[in-house]
Ligand binder design. Sequence first.
Ligand code: 0RQ
Length: 504
Amino acid sequence: MSSRIHHPGLRAKVMSADEAAAFIEPGSTVGMSGFTGSGYPKAVPTALAERIKAAHARGEDFQINLHTGASTSTEMDGALAEADGIALRTPFQSDPTMRAKINSGDIEYIDTHLSHLAQTVWNGFYGPMRTAVIEVSAIREDGTLVPSSSVGNNKSWLDLADQVILEVNSWQSEDLEGLHDVYYGTALPPQRKPIMIMDPADRIGQPYFECDPDKVVAVVETHAPDRNSPFKPADADSIAIARHLVDFFEHEVAHGRYDEHLLPLQSGVGNIANAVMAELVKSRFKGLTAFTEVVQDGMLDALDSGTLRLASATAFSLSTDKAEEFNANAGRYRDKLILRTQEISNHPELVRRLGILAMNGMLEADLYGNVNSTHLMGTTMMNGLGGSGDFARNAFTSFFLTPSTAKGGAISCIVPMVSHVDHTEHDVHVVVTEQGLADLRGLSPKQRARTIIDTCAHPDYKEQLQDYFDRAMRDSGGLHTPHLMDEALAWHQRFIETGTMRQG
Ligand code: 0RQ
């Protein structure tokens, strides 16, 4: 029996993952833990997928609606999608099988701002939540729960669900205890109060989840690592993008808009975000803070080097090696890391007050600075917008980053008109590609278009974009935001038909 379960009543509820999965009913709504590959339940989802497959083999219907914090893993999202066990998924995913079934129309997916999901579930828009399946790193004697490597929406799922299944994962470091800040002060309007965070280091909650032990129907013990996908070594484009950003930070300090400690950083997921942290570690900046969603490898390095003094997030998203290293030294980070509930880590009130520098990846931007983060060629879901919108709209400066081309140059990531809009031109201050950085602040639409073509477009597409813009200036109905409406999305159609956006 695990030494991590200190509550006698809950110790008596330990059972196998198969037995626990039997509590989940067909057609019900389930809230599971998990955020960018960390802190998701490791055993019950796989057991549930097997149960669903067996039910389907008997000719019975069995699907659930699934809410999480964000993306999980192949053994959770992948297994449940593979089993055709999901009717509805929110709010973010990145698993290839889940993505394929969303795009084939077999799974309904609602892509939503990560800070919004809990309140929409509290408000009943998705119906009642029957079961919560939550990974924790320990159960304390009084029944409170030590969170694991992500906090996400777990507090809300534990509060809302009729019944709770806990997974206690002894792979998670015991030194995580004390690192989390779970806020119980959120209320619905008109009872809302200000959220009293003035500095990313402020703590306003408690390190544990509350959970009525009588609601817990099963406790499952696991010893399994998080998903921990490896990062590719930074490529030339990522390094160039990161360098443009660090130069820009120097420029803003010189103009007195940021001080020597810049402003709290939010950095999205992926290799570019890691490269940005690596360039910051090489720079002269020290004592910075991060108020962000996810702690990646680069952020731990920045904490080690003193580049960052503190990082506040809702989850880890570490490579395998870094996760092992972190687990061996978690105590060292106790005063430098805070994991919060995602409605607080991503809260627009806090993003605006703290003056966040928000850096997020994108698929494409258009001449006017509208950004598509989610839809390939306008119709195919990639991952979801995640927290990018929570941060971008309220950021002090919102940056969107991408290589200038994709698919070996067949796609220009700067297009006349984006094929789907996640972030409007009003929320996008700076666009960065390896070619350069376009500072759009204070520019009118036509000025923005000229700046983006000049600084961000790949040389292979510059002339084509300039030609489009020149003809739009001549033939557009209105000249505030000039477009050729019959041609604005022709680049995407050309790619679909010929495999390239290049004109013949
Ligand atoms: O596909 O690997 O098959 O070639 O898209 O592109 O360049 O590797 O970029 O991994 O940084 O992802 C927007 C998806 C960028 C990510 C997105 C193809 C490209 C490649 C990935 P291949 P890259 P990244 C807070 C922030 C939304 C969530 C978010 C994302 C693949 O940043 O999910 O911001 N963002 N969260 O070839 C067609 C284009 C393309 C394209 C690239 N224009 N058209 N395909 N690709 N550009 C954190 C959280 O919320 C959790």
